[in-house]
Design a protein around this ligand. Structure first.
Ligand SMILES: C[S@@+](CC[C@H](N)C(=O)[O-])C[C@H]1O[C@@H](n2cnc3c(N)ncnc32)[C@H](O)[C@@H]1O
Length: 122
């Protein structure tokens, strides 16, 4: 499987800091609400969010997690995300494969398989 390169997404975010309209479109807001509603537990010890973009969903996940690793291929997107997130959120530039050791550590492997959402109950 091929994927678009980091430079492509950096350019997209340089041209428009909210290219998908996460902050403006009601469709995106509704999608986030549904995503949050699907998480079965009220709070989580560790959450992994691949493709976090400018951190709009990350801000909601942060409220229900002790630790959130939010990752995106675009450093430009992460710069925007950094402005609005609390200190227990770690922003990391990379791809899901580059973060596998974090999300599949022995402590979390079992629940990773159980939830598939990348969130581990407290
Ligand atoms: C549509 S946005 C995701 C938005 C976010 N998940 C949400 O719903 O609020 C897609 C994001 O994935 C990132 N992305 C694309 N390919 C990626 C890859 N291989 N690894 C990590 N992030 C990637 C892009 O930079 C972009 O920010």
């Amino acid at each position: 499987m091929t994927s678009l390169p980091r430079a492509y997404f950096d350019d997209v975010y340089r041209e428009n800091p909210d290219p998908w309209g996460f902050r403006t479109r009601s469709y995106e807001a509704r999608k986030r609400e549904l995503t949050m509603a699907m998480l079965p537990d009220p709070a989580y010890r560790s959450v992994f969010e691949p493709g976090c973009s400018i951190g709009v969903l990350s801000a909601m996940l942060a409220k229900r997690s002790e630790r959130l690793l939010a990752m995106d291929i675009s450093a430009q997107a992460l710069k925007i995300a950094a402005a609005g997130l609390p200190s227990h959120v770690e922003l990391r530039q990379g791809t899901p494969m580059s973060s596998l050791s974090w999300c599949c550590s022995p402590r979390s492997a079992t629940t990773w398989q159980r939830t598939t959402a990348g969130a581990w109950p407290s």
